[in-house]
Design a protein around this ligand. Structure first.
Ligand code: CA
Length: 745
């Protein structure tokens, strides 16, 4: 059922002819060594000197966020407010996948390195998209059972001629930047029985490359591992939350952490705290900053019954990259129970705050507050909410503690309605800090969750989802299958009445980090549009949309200056580079990521499918080629006879589907996954082979015979057949009504 379908051969679509001629002309004029056809001759030669001098070589983009501070800002200005009207298509590359693309490419020495589904890596000639090599880690489709948020990857690290990438299954690879061959690989997962995956970009920190993992919706116990850059030998490992107290502590900091947990915590469920994205190495202070994730079990009353802050959940850690020792920490959410990760991108810069110039770290995590910390000491300098927040009344600057509003937000005592939602006020999508305007351009979401815990205790399911609660986005889109009783519905309705406006909204927010206020905002028509952001010295802000637009705004006032309809959903951040005197803007495009199963109805993926593309633009480029629209799938076929009609079996099938399958197979029939109402006769016949025995494991559909019995699989099949019949009957009734509207009255 789930399918990665690396179906088509990767390749590039040629530049439109007039634009090609122009490109050759420009190349000939500005080429290094005066040779228009020169091939890249250096591969991945990034080192400390070059990284520190990033601003002197504005044509390069050396880390996922360009420089070591990862501000996602480009000091290029050929494309600017005056010239942006001329922005057009330069080249594209087909990634050969149909799942989400989230990475920001790196460009150095004329070569683009970036990552895609499962941790594939692409090395392309950045002038024209010609493939130099590509790498597929060939992960087993079984891993998709452990991936909450699609089989995405957020980028590579390039250093001293090597490209580092983490595959979805947690293997870390060092590839030769020139040819893509594997120099070493290591399995970073310490416990294969638990649901660990890796989706973040590795970070080079001094002499090591560092990677974390995901899985706090399942049963992961978060940790970070550091490996020698050349040999791949493990240098150190830092566990983020304590483990079973009957076993030795792996790192000394866990003594401190353990004091903030009930000794009788649910250690079996893992604790969470997974570091799945934000990691930034600071070459000025020789520190590594790591953002940590939410709790596993969500409900603190069950996780750590006697309460406590539960360190180091939802924290920023500053580690010594040579030893893995903790230098300082700052916890954003004491005793998290709302999926409030501190894994959102971290930006390093220098700011003058209260008349004092400081080396700072900025983050807008899920919890809705924008934080500025002194990155030398971890001192909290500023914290102000950038979206509506009601889990805390604020943050006390003196103690640094969030003032948690338990009455408003602690759902251990009953259902609560809480802003921001589990999607966060801001998620993984990169924000951009522009030192020219002094503004942070931030993709924001205003959405609330109903959160409730309706069961006594928690039955641990090894390697499976263990959130243990029900969380529902309030716009009526449900995560999981709540099967709400009328009494509960009334209760939720009461809660909702307190809020004048519960619409989910997405906006591009220009935030002044010093004045702590929004300077301008562009609300997206789509409530789900929160793609990553690029800003440039050309006073421009670039952001893609789910509906397939690449938008360009005036950085000063948010005026929409240009939009290009690409025909592909965009969630990743654009980036910019310059070669031979030509500035390019590039972005990876495909719908996916957290909540990917609830695509909004105008998503480009519905019209054009979800083929992964790398799209590149330049001034005086050609017309934008769009994918072929998907063929109309036609009327629903008549399903096979429904042999199972017992209501209890169908309900059980529905529940099993919700618990195990819906995290992928929900509401996205036209963007990569099969429409389960249209299963062929062959699929109906071999349903149990697919579900239980891994017949489509190569395509990404895991096997489930360790969890589901044959009777379970039959019940799911019966449930799906029954909803196919429901849809089919509706269709027939609809076409009858259309054919004879008067007669039917
Ligand atoms: Ca989470």
């Amino acid at each position: 059922m789930a399918s990665h379908a690396p179906s088509r051969h990767s390749g590039l679509r040629a530049l439109a002819a007039p634009a090609l001629a122009l490109a050759l002309l420009l190349t000939a004029c500005g080429a290094r060594d005066g040779d228009a056809s020169s091939e890249p001759t250096a591969f991945g030669q990034i080192d400390r000197t070059r990284l520190l001098a990033a601003d002197s070589n504005p044509g390069d983009w050396l880390t996922t966020g360009r420089d070591f501070g990862k501000g996602h800002y480009s000091p290029l200005d050929q494309i600017n407010r005056d010239s942006v009207a001329r922005l057009g298509f330069a080249w594209e590359y087909a990634a050969g996948t149909r799942r989400g693309l989230e990475a920001t490419p790196i460009v150095v020495d004329g070569v683009m390195y970036t990552s895609g589904v499962d941790g594939r890596v692409y090395a392309l000639d950045a002038r024209n998209g010609r493939e130099i090599w590509h790498f597929n880690p060939e992960v087993d489709g079984q891993i998709n059972r452990k991936a909450c948020c699609d089989s995405v990857n957020r980028g590579v690290a390039v250093w001293h001629g090597k490209v580092y990438v983490a595959a979805l299954d947690g293997r870390l690879f060092a590839l030769d930047a020139a040819g893509g061959n594997v120099l070493w690989s290591v399995d970073t997962i310490v416990d294969k029985t638990r649901a660990y995956t890796s989706t973040g970009a590795p970070e080079v920190a001094g002499n090591v490359v560092v990677i974390g993992n995901s899985g706090a919706e399942y049963d992961a116990r978060g940790y970070i591992s550091a490996y020698d850059l050349d040999s791949g030998k493990l240098a150190w490992r830092f566990y983020i939350v304590p483990g079973d107290p009957s076993k030795p502590r792996e790192n000394p900091e866990l003594e401190l952490a353990a004091q903030t947990w009930d000794p009788k915590s649910r250690w079996d469920v893992g604790g969470g705290g997974t570091a799945w994205d934000a990691m930034v190495y600071d070459p000025e202070l020789d520190l590594l900053y790591v953002g940590t994730g939410n709790a596993a079990l969500y409900n603190r009353a069950k996780r750590s019954p006697r309460g406590g802050d539960n360190l180091f959940l939802t924290s920023i850690l500053a580690l010594n990259p040579h030893t893995g020792g903790l230098v300082w920490y700052y916890q954003e959410v004491p005793g998290d129970m709302w999926d409030y990760t501190a894994t959102q991108p971290i930006v390093l810069t220098d700011l003058e705050i209260g008349g004092v110039k400081r080396k700072v770290l900025m983050q807008a995590p899920k919890n809705g507050f924008f934080y500025i910390l002194d990155r030398k000491t971890g001192e909290l300098l500023s914290a102000k909410n950038y979206v509506p927040v009601d889990w805390a009344r604020g943050v006390d600057l003196k103690s640094g503690r969030a003032l948690v509003d338990h009455e408003a937000a602690d759902y251990a005592t009953g259902p609560k309605l809480i802003f921001p939602s589990t999607m966060g006020g801001h998620n993984w999508n990169p924000m951009s800090y522009n030192p020219r305007t002094g503004l942070v351009y931030l993709p924001t979401l205003r959405a609330a969750n109903f959160m409730l815990d309706r069961v006594k205790g928690h039955e641990y399911h090894p390697g499976r989802l263990n959130m243990g609660i029900t969380a529902m986005l309030v716009s009526g889109l449900q995560l999981g299958a709540p099967n709400l009783t009328p009494a509960l519905m009334r209760q939720l309705d009461q809660l909702a009445r307190k809020y004048p406006d519960l619409r989910m909204r997405a906006a591009l927010t220009a935030w002044d980090p010093i004045a702590q206020k929004t300077v301008w905002e562009f609300e997206s028509p789509g409530w789900w549009d929160h793609a990553g952001v690029l800003s440039t010295k050309g006073d421009l802000v670039f952001q893609g949309t789910d509906t397939g637009l690449l938008r360009v705004f005036d950085a000063r006032d948010g005026k929409l200056l240009k939009q290009i309809d690409t025909g592909s959903s965009i969630i990743a951040a654009p980036m910019s580079y310059q070669i031979d005197g030509v500035q390019y803007v590039a972005v990876m495009a495909a719908w996916g990521g957290g909540g990917w199963f609830i695509t909004h109805p105008e998503s480009a993926a519905y019209t054009y499918g979800n083929e992964g593309r790398i799209l590149v633009f330049r001034l005086d480029g050609g017309a934008m080629p769009k994918p072929q629209p998907l063929a109309d799938p036609g009327p629903l076929p008549e399903p096979p006879p429904l042999k199972e009609t017992r209501a209890d079996v169908l309900a059980r099938g529905g529940l099993l589907f919700a618990q195990n399958c819906s995290i992928c197979h929900q509401n996205m029939p036209r963007s990569g996954l099969p429409d389960l109402r249209r299963m062929s006769a062959a699929v109906h016949r071999t349903f149990n082979d697919i579900v239980l025995h891994g017949q489509r494991r190569q395509l990404g559909m895991p096997q489930w015979d360790d969890v589901l019995s044959e009777a379970d699989s039959n019940a799911i099949h019966a449930y799906l057949t029954s909803i196919a019949w429901q849809a089919y009957r509706q269709q027939q009734a609809g076409s009858k009504a259309k054919a004879a509207p008067v007669a039917s009255r």
